[in-house]
Design a protein around this ligand. Structure first.
Ligand code: 13P
Length: 348
């Protein structure tokens, strides 16, 4: 197989029908914040135990094609001995890795951010591939402000995403190119559509200049939504229409798939909206989820860092994974949401 065939086949496997990605790549500050909400001490062992419980949820591979890991996790061993990527690969789940080093303030543009991590990236990518990663992720953060995002923010982020993607393809791993438009603010849904459109136009222009092969990458971004504080919230079909209209205009059809982040939406609305978007059909790219919080929230709440709660936490994750798997097929509804008790427990 040529390197391009490998990239395309990995992208295709990540987009297997009815499957999506689990984003479990929270950085130290982010996982610390999530643990703090349940008084879970942010220790290395707690992070290891938590990720192991997620990955060993029985039947996970039926709804999850790939897991995005954090640097610490890809190096950790499970309680049974194998490394985390070996555990996932053994379950038929493709290990991926977050490779950016986080977003920091953009100088001269208060409230805007750019993402660190290009220095030494070629060497880090080679190591991640040896450790078992087959795809990578880089997140750019775009805030919707009164006058923003500034052109400087869009161009800095588009350029880094494109360089990251080119380096990742060079290393034989599928880049998941993630420009996240934040939900913070009181803006209308139309403003989100406008900003997402401007962002995607810049990102795809930079990817093209950098010779990123569209067939060997995935786009990860949010649904088109009004700001969290907007007095007029949108219905699911309005969200679906705006999201698909924006993607049709700006995402080349040669990109095999678009995966959604959840971005702070609650679990059930995220699944409902995913169902509305995916239910439309007839898109040139495949659509699926790559949720962090909207897959994990209930599971972490059930676990609380207590070993005796592992089965309940796995039940919660298994349920959300099944609901989102059905949503990708447009077959999710209230009945499915209230129907619990599929296969539960641990594979290990
Ligand atoms: P959320 O689904 O919690 O937004 O996380 C997805 C992700 O990978 C953000 O980079």
């Amino acid at each position: 197989m040529s390197p391009l065939d490998t990239l395309e086949s990995t992208a295709h496997a990540l987009l297997a029908p009815g499957k999506g990605l689990l984003a479990a790549d929270e950085s130290f500050p982010t996982i610390g914040k999530r643990f703090k909400a349940f008084d879970i001490p942010p220790t290395e062992e707690n992070r290891r135990a938590y990720r192991e419980l997620l990955f060993t949820t029985r039947g996970l591979g039926e709804s999850i094609s790939g897991v995005i890991l954090f640097d610490e996790t890809i190096r950790q061993r499970t309680s049974k001995g194998p490394s985390m990527p070996e555990l996932l690969a053994g379950l038929g789940i493709i290990p991926g890795i977050k490779v950016d080093l986080g977003a920091v303030p953009l100088p001269a543009f208060p409230g805007e951010k750019f993402t660190l991590g290009l220095d030494g990236l070629r060497e880090r990518l080679a190591e991640y591939r040896r450790l078992g990663a087959r795809f990578t992720k880089w997140r750019a953060v775009i805030a919707i402000g009164e006058n923003g995002p500034a052109d400087a923010c869009l161009s800095a982020n588009a350029q880094s995403l494109a360089l990251f993607a080119a380096l990742s393809q060079e290393a034989g791993m599928v880049p998941v190119v993630e420009p996240e438009i934040l939900m913070d603010g009181a803006h209308e849904i139309g403003r989100c559509e406008e900003v997402a459109g401007a962002t995607l136009a810049r990102v795809f222009e930079a990817l093209n200049v950098q010779r990123v092969v569209p067939g060997g990458m995935l786009l990860k971004t949010g649904m088109i939504l009004p700001g969290e504080e907007c007095p007029r919230q949108a219905g699911d079909s309005e969200v679906a229409e705006a999201t698909l209209r924006c993607f049709r205009k700006y995402v080349p059809s040669a990109v095999p798939g678009i995966v959604f982040l959840s971005g702070g939406q609650d679990e059930v609305p995220a699944t409902r909206r995913l169902n509305a978007i995916c239910g439309v059909g007839g898109t040139p790219w495949k659509l699926t989820f790559s949720f962090g919080r909207a897959l994990q929230d209930s599971a972490m709440k059930a676990w609380k860092g207590v070993p005796g709660n592992v089965a309940a936490a796995q039940e919660a994750l298994g349920h959300r994974a099944r609901c989102n798997s059905l949503a990708v097929r447009g077959s999710y509804g209230e009945r499915v949401e209230t129907e619990r008790g599929g296969k539960t427990g641990s594979t290990a």
